[in-house]
Design a protein around this ligand. Structure first.
Ligand code: NAP
Ligand code: MG
Length: 487
């Protein structure tokens, strides 16, 4: 067994500051693997949000960012990507301390993907074109693709740095300014990113990072009349509130919300690949992933075999200290999330579902103070049970049988969500048919949880609206102006 990763001195410096950033009403943020206090972070109140929004407004209106020459903005975003890579170990350690996810995940997934996002959007800065329109020749009519303005960007705790990158990368590329609120549980990497942005030469006021609570800081951003756009990732409940709140100012809104994604295994699938895909689909980041494949539909004849194999593989995943390189499943992010997930485990059992493995909190020696839940594979689940309808956001999968292709699509789509879906089959025509029939923003065929900054991501139905990543995010962060000139 390899030794657990030891913390860098830069990480010690960062977490041991008396209070990280703005001090107004410092609060204690606990470490999820041990339940101990990790760092003190300032809490932004409405008056801090006011200052942050005004700073972002000034930085937009005086042109210091939107009017920066495109190659210069491009160079800046590339520099940010380089800095994230240069500090990858440090950022990954901070992320694991703060969120509890295995270091192997933060170091090899979150941090490189954050750098890749900035690098990808650096490429777009010099490629934001307007058009010449076919108007009457007495006029010259063209379009300008302009930034939206001040963006309020509110992000969750499951991929803290990566979500900051998904928000800031395209916003900055298009010339916007930002007020970013990280989640109360995980503000550290966003704050460290703030230092790196300044080091890369970002003008003052272009990005403002306000750690704080949703109900105070978050709501103040959403309501602020000087904010032009809200980009939100988080629960469907808060997404709906933001939708309602913003009707007062008609700000632009994009929402990336929850999911209850179907992962469908057909009888002709490569069984081993499907089991490994199902495992990754639901236990990555301890299941705290919006697109997790939490409803595993298996063709009837394969149901028992797949469920058994999945349980056996899940049992082999080491749960424990997230800094141990062998750890595959870390703790949940917070006590609140622990209670929520164990609550669903009880509901599932009461509804008649049977845990093949797991089904409870993990209080093994050394883990008893952390927020660990055992990887859980439920069988005996029907698609209308609460555990198959509501987002659990923990390491819990429900295995549900289906009869045929039609039944798989029907049950797969029978959900209020529509974020993602998986299909496992060797039949190419069936894969295409089912991919089209599923009402979800992303469909993975014979793979799961694959991402690339070039591929759009977002939801159907109550999983939200708007598409992040790819060139689609440019539509979120620009608006089109039509200009007429009399010739
Ligand atoms: P959440 O409350 O929706 O949090 C997401 C972000 O929104 C956080 O920064 C949060 O601040 C902020 N927020 C909360 N209330 C707000 C308001 N009224 N106005 C503006 N911003 C507000 O999610 P959560 O409470 O952390 O998690 C609850 C459940 O949401 C999870 O169990 C899971 O089902 C789902 N979730 C989904 C995603 C996703 O990626 N789609 C991510 C995380 C959670 P605070 O930090 O103060 O809450
Ligand atoms: Mg919350």
């Amino acid at each position: 067994m390899q030794a657990a990763v030891s913390l860098q001195s830069e990480v010690e410096r960062f977490v041991s500051a008396p209070v990280r950033k703005m001090l107004i009403d410092g609060k204690w943020a606990p470490n999820p693997a041990t339940g101990e206090v990790l760092a003190r972070v300032a809490e932004a109140g409405p008056e801090d949000v006011e200052r942050a929004v005004r700073a972002a407004r000034r930085a937009f209106d005086d042109g210091r960012w939107p009017h920066t020459a495109p190659p210069e903005r491009e160079r800046f975003l590339l520099k940010v990507a380089d800095l994230i890579e240069a500090h990858a170990d440090e950022l990954a350690q901070l992320e694991t301390l703060d969120n509890g996810k295995p270091f192997m995940e933060s170091r090899h997934v979150d941090i490189p993907a954050a750098a890749a996002t900035f690098r990808y959007y650096a490429g777009w800065v010099t490629k934001l074109y307007g058009e010449t329109n076919p108007s009457d020749e007495a006029y010259f009519n063209f379009t300008l693709r302009e930034p939206v303005g001040v963006c309020g960007q509110i992000i969750p705790w499951n991929f803290p740095l990566l979500m900051a990158a998904w928000k800031l990368g395209p916003a900055l590329a298009c010339g916007n300014t930002s007020v970013l609120k990280p989640a109360e549980q995980t503000p550290l990497t966003a704050l460290r990113l703030g230092e790196l942005l300044l080091e890369a030469g970002l003008p003052e006021g272009v990005v403002n990072i306000v750690p704080g609570f949703g109900e105070t800081a978050g709501r103040a951003i959403v309501r602020h009349p000087m904010v032009d756009k809200i980009a939100f990732t988080g629960s469907t409940e808060v997404g709906k509130e933001i939708h309602r709140e913003t009707s007062a100012t008609l700000k632009r809104v994009s929402l990336e919300l929850g999911g209850k994604s179907p992962n469908i295994v057909f009888g002709d699938a490569d069984t081993e690949a499907a089991v490994q895909g199902a495992l990754l689909g639901v236990f990555f980041c301890a299941g705290q992933v919006c697109c997790a494949g939490t409803r595993l539909f298996v063709e009837q004849k394969m149901h028992d075999e797949i469920a058994q194999k999945l349980a056996k593989s899940a049992e082999g995943m080491k749960q424990g200290n997230p800094f141990d390189p062998d750890t595959r499943v870390g703790p949940l992010v917070s006590k609140e999330q622990l209670e929520r997930v164990t609550g669903y485990l009880e509901i599932g059992k009461k509804e008649g579902a049977k845990p093949l493995i797991g089904g409870e909190r993990n209080t093994a020696k050394g883990l008893e103070k952390g927020y660990f839940v055992k990887p859980t594979v439920f069988t005996g689940v029907r698609n209308d049970m609460k555990i198959a309808r509501e987002e659990i956001f923990g390491p819990v999968v429900s295995v549900i049988p289906f009869k045929d292709e039609h039944d798989a699509v029907l049950q797969g789509n029978d959900t209020t969500y529509g974020l993602a879906a998986g299909i496992w089959t060797r039949d190419v025509s069936k894969a295409h048919r089912v991919a089209r029939a599923l009402r979800a923003g992303t469909v993975w065929i014979n793979c799961y949880n694959v991402f690339d900054p070039a591929a759009p991501f977002g939801g159907y139905k109550e999983s939200g609206y708007g598409r992040e990543l790819g060139r689609y995010a440019l539509d979120l962060y620009t608006q089109v102006k039509s200009v007429w000139l009399k010739v």
